[in-house]
Design a protein around this ligand. Structure first.
Ligand code: PMP
Length: 307
């Protein structure tokens, strides 16, 4: 498990404050009611210095999360892009994880949030492979969790907001307690949805499959990166509903996310995926991903923002 390793500076609403001064009140609305929109972004070391991967796309998603919850931070995406670049520079990070947050602060007594101010923070800190280097190399052992994801039109799954992560916590804790590295959840209809903090793909007969954006999962930036890379590599893709058992019968399974990058799954519910080793499509996509983020494979989509 990864503890946060502190850096020095955090951007807060237009100014830089010290890490230890980035406090909110106990009774902030977001503490009481989970109303903290956030993003998880990575900056990687490249031959031209640190570069943030798909920064604008992450910030666009953050603004969409805010809009869903009627939050209106007084910052443009361009301003937040500059703030993010500056926070990486100021903290002298070569590589880091960046966690912009827009939260409802102290004021409102009850659930109705409008008397709480909107506060925006951008911290960053060093964070290596989320599931470990060995996971990237050899794959993880996953299970299908007993917890379903939220149903559409309950809590919006497309909003990346703190309260949604109660579901992910239950999913991940169950997986770890049962001796697995990660878990994949079904949606309310019993079809594949997503991992605790990743989207899921399977490969069968050379075709790449992933569940649709059906209101039960986060529209991952890495998911969209994988879909674009598959197109670039000429890998056929089908976006459509997938059954639980497709995890058992497919040639390859992998999960992907900003923190997890492209992580092979080598077993599901103790059944080996394929022959239990990392398959060629997963490896090709993983290598291309890690090549692009580190500036070693040409960034033809304009995904890198140098700091
Ligand atoms: N699903 C969930 C629930 C997540 O928390 C994440 C990580 N943000 C993802 C999918 C993957 O999203 P992304 O590729 O944008 O990091």
């Amino acid at each position: 498990m990864a503890k946060i390793s502190e850096t020095e500076w955090i951007w807060r609403d237009g100014a830089f404050i010290k890490w230890q001064d980035a406090n909110v009140h106990l009774l902030s609305h977001s503490m009481q009611f989970g109303s903290a929109v956030f993003e998880g972004i990575r900056a990687y070391e490249t031959p031209k210095g640190p570069a943030v991967f798909r920064l604008q796309d992450h910030l666009r998603r953050m603004m969409h999360s805010c809009k869903i919850y009627r939050m209106d931070p007084p910052w443009t995406i361009d301003q937040l892009v500059e703030a993010t670049r500056e926070v990486v520079r100021r903290n002298q990070m070569k590589e880091c994880y960046i966690r912009p947050m827009v939260l409802r602060g102290y004021g409102a007594a009850g659930m109705v949030p409008f008397d709480s101010p909107i506060e925006t923070f951008i911290p960053c800190w060093p964070w290596g492979a989320y599931l470990g280097d060995k996971a990237l190399e050899q794959g993880v052992d996953a299970c299908v969790t007993s917890w379903h994801r939220v149903a559409p039109n309950t809590i919006p799954a497309a909003a990346k907001i703190a309260g949604n992560y109660l579901s992910g916590q239950l999913v991940k804790m169950e997986a770890l307690r049962n001796g697995y590295d990660e878990a994949i959840a079904l949606g309310p209809e019993g079809m594949l949805s997503e991992g605790s903090g990743q989207n899921v793909f399977v490969v069968d007969g050379g075709v790449l499959y992933t569940p649709p954006l059906d209101g039960t999962l986060l529209p991952g930036i890495t998911r969209s990166t994988v879909l674009a890379m598959a197109k670039d590599l000429g890998i056929p893709v089908i976006v459509g509903a997938l059954s639980r058992e497709s995890l058992y019968t497919s040639d390859e399974v992998f999960v992907c996310g900003t923190a997890s990058e492209v992580t092979p799954v080598r077993s599901v519910d103790r059944l080996p995926v394929g022959n239990g080793t990392v398959g060629p499509v997963t490896r090709a996509l993983q290598q291309r991903y890690l090549g692009i983020v580190r500036g070693k494979v040409e960034d033809t989509h304009g995904w890198l923002t140098h700091c």
